[in-house]
Design a protein around this ligand. Structure first.
Ligand code: SF4
Length: 368
């Protein structure tokens, strides 16, 4: 059974700030030794997102690492979908807009998977589905890591916390594709009107017009009613951001995609853990519980009140405790259901598979 340390939002005030809470939690979970190069893994938020982890929290952790004799750098990886984090240049720009700079962090910001998201180290997993995964090299080659995750809902896994940050956020583009590839959609040709709106959403050019000669010339959309879109599965990464772009709801994800993706997400989470020989401390920030993740370029109203901060050396226990604490808060408020009901997805699936490959233990002791 793993220990999960909890600082409640109910205790926050002038005598106990969030900064004080982080300072109390850090020594309980820190793997940092003098001289260690320490990755501080965050998600700085997409451009337009306003509920990502706050820079002051990350800066506090950076200062604590320095006090412990470590050499910190703040890091994240590039993504698979259209937005302002597709490559390292855009990601650094977005991080800066959202408040994460070398000056504000007092540490360099390094994009862990390189300029185009292909700088990685292959790590054996031996899961039921994945035999290996590619971990972003600046994370894999660090001496140890502190991971700070903002808890929130997620349309793919139901919940995003530490396991999501490991099994997706620490991978390069090829690794992310291995997790997402079960999501390659098809087109409902009865609904598709061939408008071409979806083509602009896919940065991989995987959405094309049936019998397409027109896509390459970018003159799609001029044959409404005569052509249908199709998905080129050789190009598609399966990340499914195209679904929302279709005004006809004609892009159809595979059956049980959330479950299948969660299996891979859970298994992939052990990749960074193995790369760092388990030398990772985890902090979950359970505030601003939006339904969508910080990859969204907006922040929708929250589905639950704030809960507080939890920390652990076990990411599975940490996420399990985070979900339980959120559910408890929702039930206290008569907000029936729980995290499961936010997207109609059971988020515990990815924790189960993370546990199966040795990423941690769902049983925990909450230490308040
Ligand atoms: S799938 Fe949707 S967005 Fe794409 S061409 Fe067909 S109707 Fe338009």
């Amino acid at each position: 059974m793993s220990k999960v340390f909890f600082k409640s939002v109910d205790n926050i005030g002038p005598q106990q700030t969030q900064i004080d809470q982080i300072k109390e939690l850090f020594p309980k979970i820190s793997p940092v030794k003098k001289g260690d190069i320490v990755a501080v893994k965050i998600h700085p938020g997409e451009y337009g997102n306003t509920t990502h982890i706050r820079p002051v929290i990350v800066r506090t952790v950076v200062d604590l690492i320095k006090e412990a004799g470590g050499i910190p750098f703040v890091t994240d990886t590039t993504v698979l979908y259209k937005g302002m984090r597709l490559n390292a240049v855009d990601l650094l720009w977005t991080a800066e807009v959202n408040g994460f700079t070398q000056a504000s962090m007092n540490a360099p910001i390094i994009v862990a998977d390189g300029l185009l998201g292909d700088d990685s180290v292959k790590v054996e997993i031996r899961g039921e589905v994945l035999d290996s995964i590619t971990v972003a090299s600046a994370i894999a080659k660090a001496d140890c890591m502190i991971m700070i995750s903002h808890c929130k809902g997620h349309p793919g896994s139901g919940f995003g916390g530490a396991i999501k940050n490991l099994g997706m956020g620490c991978l390069d583009k090829a690794g992310k594709t291995r997790v997402h590839e079960v999501g390659r959609p098809t087109i409902d040709t009865e609904k598709c009107i061939g408008c071409g709106v979806c083509f602009d959403q896919c940065v991989w050019g995987a959405l094309k017009m049936d019998g397409d000669k027109v896509y390459g010339d970018k003159v799609y959309g001029d044959k409404v009613g005569s052509d249908k879109a199709y998905v080129d599965h050789d190009l598609c990464k399966g990340e499914l951001s195209c679904l929302e772009s279709c005004p006809q709801e004609a892009i159809i994800p595979p059956e049980d995609v959330a479950e299948k993706m969660q299996v891979r997400l859970g298994e992939a989470a052990v990749g960074p853990i193995k790369a760092l020989s388990g030398r990772i401390g985890y902090i979950n920030w359970i505030f601003d519980l939006t339904p969508g993740c910080d990859c969204f370029n907006f922040s929708a109203p929250v589905f639950s009140r704030d809960v507080g901060i939890v920390a652990s050396c076990d990411p599975v226990a940490l996420d399990m405790a985070s979900i339980d604490l959120i559910n408890r808060k929702m039930h206290e408020d008569g907000n029936c259901g729980g995290v499961h009901d936010v997207w109609g997805i059971d988020p515990v699936i990815h924790l189960e598979y993370a546990e199966k490959v040795g990423a941690g233990n769902r049983k925990y002791e909450l230490v308040e």
